[in-house]
Design a protein. Structure first.
Length: 251
């Protein structure tokens, strides 16, 4: 792993209180940096689900001591991105199909609220940014199957995160990102099986943008919830797995 950017060197023992405060800040900053970089690599798929994370190797790769890495692992565990197994170590979490189904149900509810609030609060430049993402989604479909899957995945994340920010509700955004980070552990592992449905998904994104741009809160809410549940259904079809009872399902 590439080393993290070094911070200011620590003061020797016996330094004045101000120096001790700086050292504490430095340690906390290293924890945050390590956590964010590991989170990025896990969510992006650079570190695959099921991978064992070695504290010593990660610390050496980042150029930090083991303490910040240990704290970063603890934070990632609370986020649901890694699991700690006693006497075995830390592993990137593997999300089961049943767990993914539950995440989709929660995501559908959150996305519906995001759609309603975004239609009320979104700025004009954000609407244009969403349209630009949809345009790139159309362009991505000209790529090879593998590249299409990767490009679409990144654009899909960008689209929905922008929409979530446009809702102007930090509590909603934090909960949405928490669900998405865990769900993406499952979605990325199965994405390449469902590239045939990307055109349909892109058209759904287009309809969502137009509903939000028209300030149609009810329609934006409905389209986003349907998009999530329809995506879950398409995922089940790609996996040739039965859809759960009680509603539509997909990616």
């Amino acid at each position: 792993m590439p080393p993290l950017q070094p911070l200011a060197p620590s003061e020797p023992r016996g330094a004045p209180p101000a120096a001790a405060a700086i050292e504490l800040l430095r340690d906390n900053s290293l924890v945050t940096l390590a956590q964010r970089e590991l989170e990025r690599r896990i969510v992006s798929g650079e570190i695959a689900a099921g991978t064992k994370l070695n504290e010593v190797e990660v610390a050496a790769g980042f150029g930090v001591s083991r303490g910040p890495v240990r704290e970063a692992f603890r934070a990632l565990g609370q986020m649901g991105l890694v699991r700690v197994e006693k006497n075995r170590g830390v592993f990137v979490r593997e999300v089961s199909l049943d767990e993914a189904n539950e995440f989709y149900e929660v995501r559908a509810a959150l996305e519906g609220l995001i759609g309603r609030l975004a239609a009320r609060r979104i700025a004009a430049d954000e609407i244009e940014a969403l349209r630009g993402i949809v345009k790139r989604m159309h362009q991505a479909q000209k790529a090879t199957k593998a590249r299409m899957a990767e490009a679409y995945f990144a654009l899909n994340v960008e689209f929905h995160d922008l929409l979530a920010r446009a809702a102007r509700n930090q509590a909603l955004l934090a909960n949405y990102r928490g669900v998405i980070n865990q769900l993406d552990l499952y979605r990325r592992a199965t994405l390449k099986r469902g590239t045939d449905t990307i055109a349909l998904s892109t058209s759904e994104h287009q309809a969502i943008v137009e509903a939000v741009a028209a300030r149609d809160e009810a329609r934006a809410e409905r389209l986003l919830a349907e998009h999530v549940l329809g995506s879950r259904e398409r995922l089940h079809q790609a996996l040739a797995a039965p859809a759960p009872a009680g509603g539509r399902s997909g990616r």
